[in-house]
Design a protein around this ligand. Structure first.
Ligand SMILES: Cc1cc2nc3c(=O)[nH]c(=O)nc-3n(C[C@H](O)[C@H](O)[C@H](O)COP(=O)(O)OP(=O)(O)OC[C@H]3O[C@@H](n4cnc5c(N)ncnc54)[C@H](O)[C@@H]3O)c2cc1C
Length: 359
């Protein structure tokens, strides 16, 4: 048995497990502990908004169980355990089930859905446990209001079409996916959803049997007041390091060198660089241009929008779907957005990487 102090990861989402797997490959023997407030089973979160169409129940959404993960990772996984403080001078993580000494601490605690205070009965979809609650309610309800026409709201509305219910998508802006796709693609998505039977509201909708809020995510309160945070997440540098010695953060909870990207693609890049840094080879996190897919079969969308350069969008073609490109102020191609049949053009794009250090 190793007497070394474990590396501790808080959070058993895609960020926590991606880091755990990569780190274990590089460090076969060092003790590893994963601490999470949920059940510790692994599921691919993007499935939650397409599970009806894919025939996934909450249980068969799980792809790896905690016990198998603990074996394959040679790790201790503590579930139903909430991290509540960090004593950084002593290198101790405080939880509601005891204190744990760490050699390095990785925070991967995700983010939390924004809530409208007046919608007290509305539910959100951000975790498998949320889905366990929502699934029977969605099946039972005749009318469902979805508040928010972002990625999760639109995907869920598309998914619910398969249940033949009255689905109302409620937005405070005229176009879905605003902030992610340029308006011609948002308009086309809206038209396709309405044609497929989703009702679109920009004003208060009638009462429904079930209301789901999908108005975006926000930074969850950080484990410790000593951690430097911004409104978007735990502030980390380009190596993923927080302001506390030997404490790192990645995934939805982290603002990496001023940028928070709450998607799957960036997590792998962050974890790969962080493992190198943990091994003593300081490596800056960098991102290739990472496209996002909206799982909206009524009008599929793929977008690769530069995360911090606003740029200018141009329609390249709208004959068979919509093809748009994003240019910087030197007319260099920095992004694309494709809707409908034009999504097939995705592979033709080779975009410059998003270099955090050039920001
Ligand atoms: C419905 C839906 C669809 C999505 N679709 C896509 C998509 O198509 N493409 C895409 O790129 N992205 C998509 N995303 C976003 C993507 O899923 C997230 O960016 C990613 O899963 C975040 O992973 P994470 O590990 O950082 O956080 P999470 O998955 O939220 O994991 C956080 C973990 O931390 C634990 N935790 C939190 N606080 C504590 C604490 N104090 N103590 C102990 N444990 C704690 C939680 O229990 C959990 O295990 C989608 C998101 C949702 C909700």
């Amino acid at each position: 048995m190793s007497t070394k102090t474990p590396l501790i990861i808080v959070g058993a989402g895609i960020a926590g497990f991606t880091l755990a797997k990569l780190w274990r490959q590089a460090e076969p023997n060092h003790p590893l502990m994963i601490i999470t407030q949920d059940d510790g089973d692994f599921y691919h979160k993007p499935l939650l908004s397409v599970s009806l169409t894919k025939g996934k129940t909450p249980d068969n959404t799980i792809s790896e169980y905690k016990k198998d993960l603990a074996n394959s990772l040679n790790a201790t996984i503590l579930t139903q355990t909430k991290a509540i403080d960090i004593q950084d001078k002593k290198k101790v993580l405080v939880t509601d089930r005891g204190d744990f000494k760490y050699s390095k601490l990785i925070i991967a605690t995700g983010s939390t859905p924004k809530k409208l205070p007046h919608l007290t009965n509305a539910l959100s979809l951000n975790t498998l446990d949320d889905y366990r609650v929502l699934r029977p309610l969605m099946e039972k309800a005749d009318t469902i209001n979805i508040i928010g026409a972002g990625l999760v709201g639109c995907e869920l509305a598309n998914d619910l079409l398969s249940l033949n219910k009255t689905i109302r998508l409620v937005s405070d802006v005229p176009c879905p996916l605003s902030g992610l796709v340029p308006s011609p693609i948002g308009e086309a998505l809206k038209d396709a959803m309405v044609e497929a039977g989703i009702e679109w509201y920009e004003s208060t909708p009638p009462e429904a049997d079930l209301t789901i809020q999908a108005i975006g995510l926000q930074h969850a309160p950080a484990i410790s007041d000593a951690l430097a945070v911004s409104p978007n997440g735990i502030i980390v540098d380009a190596h993923g390091k927080t302001n506390l010695a030997d404490v790192y953060a990645l995934g939805d909870c982290a603002e990496v060198h001023g940028v928070t990207l709450r998607y799957i693609g960036p997590i792998r890049q962050q974890a790969q660089a962080m493992v190198q840094t943990l091994l003593g080879n300081p490596t800056e996190i960098s991102y290739p241009a990472l496209p996002t897919v909206a799982k909206t079969p009524t009008f599929p969308v793929v977008v690769c929008r530069h995360p911090w350069i606003k740029g200018r969008w141009e329609v390249i073609s709208d004959h068979d779907g919509i093809q748009m490109e994003q240019f910087d102020d030197q007319n260099k191609l920095i992004g694309f957005a494709l809707g409908g049949n034009a999504t097939q053009l995705r592979m033709q794009y080779q975009l410059p990487a998003w270099s955090l250090m050039e920001k």
